[in-house]
Design a protein around this ligand. Structure first.
Ligand code: ZN
Ligand code: ZN
Length: 110
């Protein structure tokens, strides 16, 4: 905490790594199982979401998650409370934690 006060982006990237590690395990389970596992929001997904939430304390208001296109396989995870911005195309889009994680998952599936 406060190790890199000048660089909140670094905290976020550390949190993102933690989230990705959790998601890596999750992905292995999901590839063995089916989309049923995805629908259940495995604890690893929650852990990843919590890691992001813990690292990013900003209050961005409502998110503008492009859920339908960014993670069509995980609808309904959005909690509508934006905590970070992510570049999508030419736009900086405010995302909530579960959507950011779900997008990471969607990207890993490719
Ligand atoms: Zn979303
Ligand atoms: Zn959202």
């Amino acid at each position: 905490m406060g190790e890199y006060p000048e660089s909140p982006a670094r905290e976020l990237s550390a949190a993102w790594q933690a989230a990705s590690a959790a998601l890596g395990q999750w992905r292995e389970q999901v590839s063995e199982a089916t989309t049923e596992a995805v629908a259940k929001l495995d604890p690893a997904f929650r852990a990843a979401v919590e890691a992001l939430r813990a690292a990013v304390t900003g209050n961005w208001g409502n998110c503008r998650c492009p859920c339908a296109t960014a993670h069509p396989q995980d609808p309904g995870v959005c909690d509508h409370s934006a905590i970070l911005g992510r570049r999508i195309g030419d736009e900086e889009v405010a995302l909530c934690a579960p959507c950011a994680v779900a997008q990471g998952v969607a990207e890993m599936r490719r």
